[in-house]
Design a protein around this ligand. Structure first.
Ligand code: SAM
Length: 230
């Protein structure tokens, strides 16, 4: 059984599948550690033209996603599970996604994600199925598919077995309220700029100390707010 399963409700399942079919997450899916199913909300439209959107009551620009195809899609996904899975709506009105939230979600075994499009989703569908609204940042995108792939990627890489070396997370940016220290690989001399001597000293304690100091300096300079985070 997979360690975590994501069911993504979307009007563009290929978009989600393509992004999450490559590289590390694609491999984790092939290895059965992570499961991702993209469901086309349009398949649940009862309209003969397969419409899933309509004009908003009260007027205004744009179209809204209708509640019935969304809730029917959700019911079909969840029918086989005894408990309602944790359900997230990707939305610019949600709380902003962080590494802490990714870690919290990585402890769940099943997450359903609703991707909105157009002007968004009828509030009744949100009220009926959604546990949490999550935004990937304070800007507005055309749809929830890219945000959903961001969430699935960030959560999945925290699952055991997805990254080759589980220690990769430990000193990463945002893990200990710090940004990661600068890193270098070969060549030693690149266009006249050499690697800090301490890194080739072989002295592990000094290397660790240098990395801690650099991480702190970088965080103070670029993201001092992180150091104040409880
Ligand atoms: C154009 S947006 C709708 C914006 C909505 N009218 C508003 O002002 O809040 C369409 C869809 O894109 C997704 N979306 C847009 N920006 C997002 C963000 N920053 N984070 C997560 N999802 C976002 C949501 O699923 C949303 O329903």
């Amino acid at each position: 059984m997979a360690a975590i399963r994501f069911d993504i409700m979307t009007l563009f399942p290929e978009l989600v599948d393509t992004v999450l079919g490559e590289s590390i997450i694609g491999r984790a899916r092939k290895n059965g550690i992570v499961e991702v199913f993209a469901h086309n909300i349009r398949d649940y439209s009862k309209d003969k033209f397969r419409r899933v959107d309509d004009t908003p009551y009260g007027g205004g620009k744009g179209m809204l996603m209708k509640p019935d195809p969304i809730c029917d899609c959700f019911d079909a996904i969840t029918a086989e599970f005894p408990q309602k899975p944790y359900t997230v709506y990707m939305s610019p009105k949600g709380t902003v996604f962080t590494q802490k939230k990714a870690r919290e979600l990585s402890r769940l075994s099943h997450i359903v994600i609703l991707c909105g499009h157009y002007e968004g989703v009828d509030q009744r569908a949100i009220d009926a199925i959604v546990d949490e609204e999550i935004s990937i940042g304070d800007y507005v995108l055309t749809g929830g598919e890219i945000p959903a792939t961001v969430l699935v990627d960030a959560v999945s890489r925290l699952i055991d077995g997805v990254l080759a070396d589980p220690e990769c997370h430990e000193k990463e940016s945002h893990t200990q309220n710090l940004l990661e220290y600068p890193q270098y690989t070969r060549p030693f001399d690149f266009r006249g700029v050499t690697v800090p001597e301490v890194l080739i000293s072989g002295h592990h304690e000094n290397i660790e100390k240098w990395r801690r100091e650099e991480a702190r300096k970088l965080t103070e300079k670029k993201r001092p707010d992180l150091l104040e985070d409880p």
